[in-house]
Write a protein that binds this ligand. Structure first.
Ligand SMILES: *Cc1c(COP(=O)(O)O)cnc(C)c1O
Length: 450
């Protein structure tokens, strides 16, 4: 019988994270302050611990994973690498398909991989509380769990419309001891100002970020925590790709193509960057970020300096962006509705070293359902994007007879997204056309830099 799962022993959890900056042909672009000049590390100390700021700007190839972090990761890592024999058979493809199963984390997605080290480093720096935002709740539940593990209070500003629509994600955060506020809230000046003018405001990720940053910046015992986009977040996620490389070695195989859903870029960078190290050394491997056609940051955005949040509180980062006031259509892959992208992912894309494709919503659910019916796991709507792109390549292989090895990251399970699957089955899910006008209007408001 051909093997299905490729498992590692706990002792094989990587001892170091991989920093792609060491293998990039050009140095990363610096973040800029309000005056248009590069900001130094000291500008970030009000909201991040120095250890994470050092990782944010590091050029070292390998960064040691602290032993207490490896110990906490052992609760669910190493995650399995799975050969999708049944999906291959259902497609009738000569291609081999593998996936890394990040849905095995307690919160159900890859986001716990960075929540744990972020909580650890903040605790070590004497911080008592973390403030953060969450949209659909994947990040909020991951950081609530990690805060609980290291004895930190976690305060989560959850976009009001999700707070009302996703009560069970909220209960998950509360189960792990997180305090959840519908954003805009009465907890911050930002929230109070908005509610004074508009008591029924439904909130947005931009407002929730502003509330969390305000709280972190105004209290010495509180720091801010972010679930994607930043260099140190992607660094922590490289544990996915590093494990996968060991597992491929055990399988006696190596991917021709790596696919991952791409919102802020952390799970894509996490799975793909360790393979980029091989690519930089001359190996032939294609790395593909997959995004929604309705929020096509890499494939249709502009490579420019922009704010990370809607309100314009964050430093300017050079990235592919649809404009910081772009409001993507209400697709069900909440984790992919971000106007920008990781600066590292953006730079490598701009230099033609990685690829990106955009896929429409209905086709992603079709792919997710086929995956669930052949491999068992019900994927998160975000993960369905990678599955779609991987299946499309497998079908091209079927047509051409090529026996490629394809690999995708199953970033999470969809157990809290069944309302979206319901809409798909009842024919209520729609494809949004590419919001060309809204993107053009929003790009007209890019900050003027240099
Ligand atoms: C948040 C999330 C994503 C997208 O986020 P990235 O920052 O691009 O990794 C993908 N899948 C799941 C399940 C998520 O929760």
């Amino acid at each position: 019988m051909p093997q299905t799962k490729f498992l590692l022993d706990e002792s094989e959890i990587p001892t170091h994270w991989y920093n792609v900056v060491a293998d990039m042909p050009n140095p990363p672009t610096p973040p800029l302050g309000p005056n248009g000049q590069p900001i130094g590390p000291e500008a970030l100390t009000a909201i991040f611990p120095m250890s994470l700021i050092e990782q944010e700007v590091s050029g070292e190839r390998w960064i040691a994973i602290p032993e207490p972090v490896r110990e906490a990761l052992r609760l669910y890592r190493p995650s399995p690498l799975v050969r999708a024999h049944r999906l291959e058979a259902a497609l009738g493809t000569p291609a081999k398909i593998y996936f890394k199963n990040e849905s095995v984390s307690p919160a159900g997605s890859h986001k716990v991989n960075t929540a744990i080290p972020q909580a650890y480093y903040n605790k070590l720096a004497g911080i008592k509380r973390l403030a953060t935002e969450t949209g659909a709740g994947q990040w909020g539940s991951s950081i609530a769990l990690a805060g609980q593990m290291f004895g930190l209070e976690v305060r989560i500003f959850m976009v009001k419309v999700s707070y009302d629509q996703k009560p069970f994600r909220r209960s998950m955060m509360q189960t792990w001891g997180g305090q959840v506020f519908a954003s805009p809230s009465m907890e911050t000046q930002t929230g109070r100002n908005i509610l004074a003018k508009d008591p029924d405001n439904q909130g947005s990720l931009g407002i929730a970020i502003s509330e969390a940053v305000e709280e972190a910046a105004s209290r010495a015992d509180t720091n801010y925590s972010l679930g994607s986009v930043l260099n140190h977040v992607i660094l922590h996620q490289t544990i996915i790709g590093l494990e996968a490389k060991k597992q491929f070695a055990k399988a006696g195989d190596y991917p021709d193509m790596v696919f991952a859903p791409c919102g802020g870029g952390s799970n894509f960078g996490g799975v793909a960057f360790p393979f980029f190290a091989d690519k930089a050394a001359g190996k032939n491997v294609r790395l593909v970020a997959v995004e929604p056609t309705s929020c096509p940051t890499l494939t249709k955005g502009t490579y420019a300096y922009d704010f990370g949040d809607t309100a314009g509180f964050t430093p300017l980062m050079k990235m592919y962006t649809l404009g910081h006031d772009f409001m993507p259509p209400g697709i069900h892959a909440g984790g992919l509705r971000y106007h920008g992208d990781s600066p590292l992912v953006s730079q490598l894309y701009n230099e033609g070293l990685i690829e990106a494709v955009a896929v429409p919503q209905l086709a992603t659910f079709e792919a997710g359902v086929l995956f669930a019916r052949s491999e068992g796991i019900i994927p998160a709507p975000e993960s369905n994007h990678a599955i779609r792109a991987c299946i499309d390549e497998a079908l091209r292989c079927k047509a051409s007879g090529e026996k490629k090895t394809l690999f995708f990251n199953l970033s999470g399970h969809g157990h809290f997204d069944m309302a979206s699957y319901d809409r798909y089955f009842s024919g209520k899910l729609e494809d949004y056309s590419y919001p060309e006008e809204a993107i053009r209007a929003s790009l007209a408001n890019l900050p003027k830099v240099g």
